[in-house]
Design a protein around this ligand. Structure first.
Ligand code: B4P
Length: 191
């Protein structure tokens, strides 16, 4: 199995680039944000609790997202590999992911980290909020809270993968195609 993490702050292009990467490399896309939004849309008890947290721009508790990823891994035994999008977002999630992959006798090949300035992040998310219907994209103070949460709890996850020499930084500003080719160039060296 060939497993990648697409990493970066909210609005850095993870969801956008994931769609293109899974099509090119035949990986299974696992986005914790998408799984949570599907729980919300289905009004499950998990979704009702998650919505309250996401609407404040905060992170959902580790045990909830780790449980979601564990079941998603079990449900896809025959995949070529996984593309993790928006996960792991804390060091505890990163450690749990390593253990889950070890049980499946596989590991992370690389973490691709998209770097984007804070003003560009806010602009992109406000723009998406005009059409997406996502309640966490329409209010600038919630968007800023998500960026602060990223700085305080998530940015450090890059150091975790850097220790294992798996971190690859990518410029996340430019056209979607330019960023996609920069990502592919790096991924191709790992195949
Ligand atoms: P996510 O769903 O992961 O969403 P996100 O961080 O907002 O970024 P996303 O990937 O969707 O956006 P993209 O950058 O592609 O998280 C949402 C919430 O769920 C979190 O705040 C948290 O509460 C919760 N959550 C999720 N995972 C969790 C976890 N593991 N632990 C705890 N809580 C968790 O795109 C943004 C916009 O930019 C788009 O409109 C796109 O069109 C545009 N764009 C993309 N590339 C561009 C480019 N090159 N130029 C211009 N615009 C571009």
């Amino acid at each position: 199995m060939f497993n990648l993490i697409l990493f970066g702050p909210p609005g850095s292009g993870k969801g956008t680039q994931s769609e293109k990467l899974i099509a090119k490399y035949g990986l299974k896309h696992l986005s914790t944000g998408d799984i949570l939004r599907s729980e919300i849309a289905n009004h499950t008890p998990l979704g009702v609790e998650a919505k309250k947290i996401m609407d404040k721009g905060h992170l959902v508790p580790d045990e909830v997202v780790i449980g979601m990823i564990s079941s998603a891994l079990d449900s896809n035994p025959n995949t070529n590999g996984f593309l993790f999008d928006g996960f792991p977002r804390t060091p505890a999630q990163a450690e749990a992911l390593d253990k889950l992959l070890e049980l499946k006798k596989t590991s992370i090949a690389a973490m691709l980290a998209l770097n984007v300035s804070e003003e560009e992040l806010v602009n992109r998310l406000m723009k998406r909020g005009e059409t997406s219907g996502r309640s966490d994209d329409t209010n600038e103070s919630v968007i800023r809270a998500r960026i602060i949460e990223y700085r305080n709890k998530t940015a450090v996850v890059a150091d975790y993968y850097n220790k294992f020499d798996k971190l690859i930084a990518i410029k996340g500003e430019g056209t979607i195609e330019e960023i996609f080719s920069a990502l592919c160039k790096e991924i191709d060296t790992k195949l």
